[in-house]
Design a protein around this ligand. Structure first.
Ligand code: CP3
Length: 353
């Protein structure tokens, strides 16, 4: 590494097991519409996907929250849905509504997807790797750079549903009627996401996060969390570590409850468990081994509310994790209506320790 030691990167140190007080912080979706400078760059770029695939713009928006707030980690600006796009599925974003995909409803669409070892997948994603390198070069030395991907179940649910659906009915129905097809899709995603994360590490990422945003809505069946979510994630973790020994990997399994959160590290081999806002962090910490690294979990709505409620929730997170390896974060992404002053308040309170 050029110009310093990775030990200066606090988020990376916590991921190796150090307890740091006050804990280092970053926010999911920290580059986003609550920032006027993001809205400006986004308007210049044109569409959301143009922003994702333009390394110069992606670098600029990734750096914006670091400049403004000095977060200890920066997360690559992109989206989990660039991977289905690279597999050959149509993906677009509808202003004010969210992502749309040309839905995968059966074997016909599945057979049109690129095979996992098709080099066209990774030439499509080349601008992402270029962005990672350019972000690493521009970041302050002590800032940890996180790459990411979506977990297979979450990405598959968008590929099948063609959009975000609250109960993932299309994905669950297909898993019930054609389980072998959904398993083949998950397998394809395991292979592609493994290679995708390895290449992000090679381009300069210090650590990565796997987003399982829909662990709360899985197909019916005995231990469906394991089958559709934790096992595929475990295969990615194992595959990445074969190529990047000791790779630091955070797994965020939103909606999996206290019991699900307890299983993430033992069953996937993750370096840390990302905790969603619905879980009581103090209860979880008491049931986890002291060596387990946690991340989270301020409620994004408390950040909108601000005031005494915000101070109290920051204090409660500090209390629940004192002396333990923890990375401060939200329990899900920051929303566009969040006042910037509240982010400043949160960090001021946190940094008092
Ligand atoms: O955390 C970060 O700042 C890194 C960048 C990032 C984005 N999306 C940027 C984004 C990451 C890690 C994601 C992950 C992602 N994308 C997930 C998993 C995490 C989660 O939030 O549950 C999911 C499910 C998606 C798919 C997706 N992308 C949705 C559902 C939406 C629409 C929601 C919305 O806020 O409009 C997006 C769009 C998106 N991805 C935006 C950003 C900043 C907003 C787009 C805009 O600028 O208009």
């Amino acid at each position: 590494m050029v110009g310093g030691r990775t030990e200066d990167r606090k988020v990376l140190r916590v991921l190796s097991g150090d307890a740091i007080s006050p804990p280092p912080a970053w926010m999911m979706r920290q580059a986003g519409r609550y920032l006027p400078e993001y809205r400006e760059t986004r308007a210049q770029a044109g569409s959301f996907l143009d922003l994702c695939y333009n390394p110069a713009f992606a670098t600029e928006v990734t750096l914006q929250p670091i400049r403004r707030f000095g977060f200890e980690a920066s997360i690559l600006f992109s989206d989990i849905l660039v991977v289905p796009h690279a597999l050959g599925q149509d993906v677009w974003f509808v202003e004010g509504e969210g992502p749309r995909l040309d839905a995968l409803t059966g074997p016909v669409e599945f057979n049109r997807l690129r095979e996992a070892d098709d080099p066209a997948i990774f030439s499509h994603l080349a601008p992402v790797f270029e962005a990672v390198s350019s972000i690493r070069a521009a970041l302050p030395h002590e800032t940890t750079l996180l790459g990411f991907c979506g977990a297979p179940w979450t990405v598959a649910s968008y590929m099948i549903g063609g959009r975000g659906t609250p109960d993932l009915a299309p994905a669950r129905a297909l898993a019930a009627s054609q389980p072998a097809l959904v398993e083949a899709l998950i397998d394809r995603l395991v292979q592609v996401q493994t290679e995708y994360l390895v290449r992000q590490f090679e381009a300069g990422a210090d650590a990565v996060q796997i987003f399982e945003s829909h662990a709360g809505v899985l197909p019916e069946g005995n231990d469906s969390l394991s089958r559709w979510s934790l096992q595929p994630i475990a295969r990615i973790v194992e595959g990445v570590r074969k190529r990047v020994p000791d790779a630091k990997i955070i797994v965020f399994c939103r909606g999996s409850g206290v019991d699900g959160h307890l299983r993430v590290v033992p069953e996937t081999g993750a370096s840390a468990v990302g905790v969603d806002w619905s879980v009581d962090l103090s209860t979880l910490r008491k049931r986890l081994p002291a060596t387990t690294v946690t991340q989270g979990n301020l409620h994004p709505e408390t950040l909108i509310e601000g005031g005494a409620a915000l101070d109290a929730e920051v204090d409660a997170i500090l209390e629940a994790t004192r002396g333990l390896p923890h990375i401060f974060n939200l329990g899900h992404g920051i929303t566009p209506q969040t006042p910037i002053a509240h982010v400043e308040q949160m960090l001021a309170r946190l940094r008092r320790g």
